[in-house]
Design a protein. Structure first.
Length: 131
């Protein structure tokens, strides 16, 4: 009899991350953001969501955690991750032929799920990187 495939920790976190990014994109749209790109892969790293709010580009890093962890989602943003994200933003401008002087900001979306898998916290932490 074949054994059922078991999910690895990597599969679970990838699935949780995909859920968080989709939830964040919809929530941002409801707040007036226009989603331009998602999961943009560049040599320096990935940008989860690229959006426009009013006249400004917004680069969004989404962090999703289950409520039974001891750290907040936003605590996962290290200085190294911010450096990679800022480099990816520069590469995004180059790859899209955008003016490098165009104003933008970097935001973090923190999502926490309760034990039943429902969103218990959704927070936009704005202007963590601004030019």
């Amino acid at each position: 009899m074949p054994r059922a495939a078991s999910a690895t920790w990597s599969d679970i976190t990838r699935s949780l991350g995909a859920f968080g990014e989709t939830f964040a994109a919809h929530a941002l749209e409801k707040r007036g953001y226009r989603i331009l790109d998602r999961n943009v892969r560049l040599p320096s790293g990935e940008i989860d969501i690229v959006a426009r709010e009013q006249n400004q580009l917004v680069f969004v890093e989404v962090k999703t955690r289950r409520g039974n962890t001891f750290a907040l989602p936003e605590d996962a943003i290290s200085d190294e991750r911010m450096s990679h994200l800022e480099a990816a933003v520069d590469e995004y401008f180059d790859a899209r032929g955008l003016a490098t002087g165009e104003p933008y900001r970097i935001e973090i979306v923190a999502i926490e799920l309760d034990r039943s898998g429902r969103v218990s916290r959704f927070e936009i932490i704005g202007d963590v990187g601004l030019r």
